[in-house]
Design a protein around this ligand. Structure first.
Ligand code: ZN
Length: 268
């Protein structure tokens, strides 16, 4: 693995990915500014970003040395999980103690990912290098906000809105707005603690609600999310403050934000 240092962040990459690593340097710099301006988030102290050709490569190089034994012990569970999600993802973000890591598939592998769920949510992008940038921005947003332990919907919402801002256009299909009017098949997104990757309908609904709610809050109460991200709050405190800002009961928050998002963003 080759190493590049960009300010506080370290990039690890296989020797044949020099071009992607150079692009990643630019992404990290641009993203640093975006994170600070949009959300008041600073670059983490111990961030390692890895361009990975396989999940094995990620596990070999991303975690700190003293994690290797734990990883070995957990390997039967870990390997199964990574093997299962590998074909579906463009990247991921994981924490190992104080080290935050982001693993990113290089552009040529991204185009081979099975993105059925992504196709339902995101506008198709054929340029694999643009796709790589958006994936990087999304996963980096997770890494920059990891210490806050955000509610899942807000964690994903700010990552999706960041990607929009990175590319300066909407990356989510406008037609997904229509889905907000549909009743959720199970729980509403507020109650999600873990996303169930095995249920595609649930997953798509979750991402769509997360995105439009975050967009709504950003447009109707600019700076509110940024001010809430200034300190670590419990999930309940976050959602109580947000519902108070919209003058609704916490139990009504999702119905209300869905309705408001439809009004706010519907194209006439
Ligand atoms: Zn995400």
């Amino acid at each position: 693995m080759e190493i590049l240092q960009v300010d506080k962040s370290r990039i690890l990459y296989p020797a044949n990915e020099e071009k992607t690593a150079a692009l990643l340097c630019k992404i990290v710099k641009k993203n640093d500014q975006l994170m600070l301006e949009s959300w008041g988030l600073n670059t983490p102290d111990n961030l390692c970003i890895l361009i990975m050709n396989s999940w094995q490569e990620y596990l070999d190089y991303a975690p700190p040395k003293n994690w290797q034994l734990i990883i070995k012990i957990l390997s039967p569970i870990l390997y199964q999980r990574f093997e299962r999600i590998w074909p579906l993802i463009g990247g991921w973000e994981q924490r190992f103690g104080t080290r935050r890591t982001v693993g990113l598939k290089p552009p040529e592998l991204l185009v081979k990912s099975k993105t059925n769920i992504g196709e339902e949510i995101f506008i198709t992008i054929n340029d694999s290098y643009v796709k790589f940038q958006l994936n990087a921005c999304h996963e980096l947003t997770h890494a920059y906000s990891a210490h806050l332990n955000l509610p899942s919907w807000l964690k994903e919402g700010i990552a999706m809105v960041s990607a929009d801002r990175y590319i300066k256009r909407q990356t989510v299909k406008q037609s997904t707005l229509n889905k907000l009017g549909e009743t959720a098949s199970t729980n509403n997104p507020r109650t999600y603690r873990k996303i169930h990757v095995t249920n595609p309908g649930e997953l798509i609904y979750f991402y769509i609600c997360s995105y439009w709610a975050t967009r709504l809050i950003e447009e109707t109460q600019p700076g509110l999310i940024k001010s809430l991200l200034a300190k670590r709050l419990s999930h309940k405190e976050f959602e109580t403050q947000l519902s108070a800002a919209y003058n609704v009961d916490l139990t009504e928050f999702w119905n209300r934000t869905n309705q408001l998002a439809i009004i706010q963003f519907q194209e006439v």
